[in-house]
Design a protein around this ligand. Structure first.
Ligand code: SF4
Ligand code: SF4
Length: 189
C-alpha cells in the first residue's frame, strides 16, 4: 500500500530529517538518538536504501523496499541519483524494534509461507503479553487497540487473545513498557 501511494504521488524530492532519531520500539517506547543528518534525494527508494546502511540493516528487512524491489522500482537510473545533505554516518548498533522479529512466516521463502501458515498456527505465534505487576491501568493500550480487544479490569489491562490481530500497537504505546512480546518458539532457536 505504501509503495502504491508513493507511485501515485510520485514525489519530486524526498527529505529525511534524521537530526534526532528514535531507536528501539516506536512510536512512543523508543529512545532518542542524536544521528545528526538531514538528507534528500529525488528517489525515495534510493534514500531508504542509504538509510538501511545508516542503521546497519539489509534492505530485504524493510518491507517497503522489498516490495519496491520486487516491482523493479529500485533499478535503472534511480540507482545513481545523488543523495544530498549531510555526510552519511553509519550506526551499526542502532537498536531495532522488537516487533521486527515477531513473524516467523515472513522469514520463509514465499512459496513455503502458504503451505506452512495452517501448520504454524497458535503454537508458533508471537503475541503481546502484559506484565500485570507493572501495569498501572492507565488504559492507553486499550485506547490504541484497533481490534478493541483490551479491557481494564481491577486496575489492570487484560487482552482477549482470540481477537488480537498482533499489530503490537499496545506494546508500542504503553508508557511504562508493561507490554512485552512473548516470542514464538522457533524465533528463539
Ligand atoms: S498502557 Fe500499559 S500501564 Fe496502561 S493499562 Fe495498558 S499495559 Fe497497563
Ligand atoms: S497487538 Fe494489536 S490487536 Fe493485539 S491487543 Fe495489542 S493493540 Fe490490540
Amino acid at each position: 500500500m505504501l509503495v502504491d501511494l508513493c507511485e501515485t504521488v510520485r514525489p519530486g524530492v524526498t527529505f529525511c530529517d534524521a537530526v534526532e532519531s528514535m531507536e528501539g520500539d516506536g512510536p512512543s517506547s523508543g529512545s532518542c538518538r542524536k544521528t545528526g543528518m538531514l538528507l534528500a534525494c529525488r528517489s525515495p527508494y534510493q534514500l531508504d536504501r542509504a538509510l538501511c546502511r545508516v542503521i546497519g540493516r539489509s534492505q530485504q528487512e524493510i518491507l517497503t523496499l522489498k516490495a519496491a524491489e520486487e516491482r523493479g522500482l529500485c533499478a535503472g537510473e534511480e540507482e545513481n541519483l545523488p543523495i544530498v545533505g549531510d555526510e552519511l554516518t553509519v550506526f551499526p548498533d542502532f537498536e531495532r524494534p522488537r516487533t521486527m522479529s515477531t513473524d516467523f512466516l515472513s522469514k520463509l521463502p514465499k512459496p513455503l509461507r502458504t503451505v506452512c501458515r495452517p501448520l504454524v498456527g497458535k503454537f508458533f505465534t508471537s503475541r503481546p503479553q502484559i506484565d500485570t505487576a507493572r501495569c498501572v491501568g492507565c488504559g492507553k493500550c486499550a485506547e490504541s487497540c484497533p481490534a478493541h480487544t483490551i479491557k481494564i479490569e481491577g486496575g489492570k489491562a487484560r487482552i482477549d487473545h482470540s481477537k488480537c490481530i498482533r499489530c503490537y500497537c499496545c506494546h508500542e504505546m504503553c508508557p511504562i513498557h508493561a507490554i512485552g512480546i512473548r516470542q514464538n518458539r522457533l524465533l528463539k532457536l
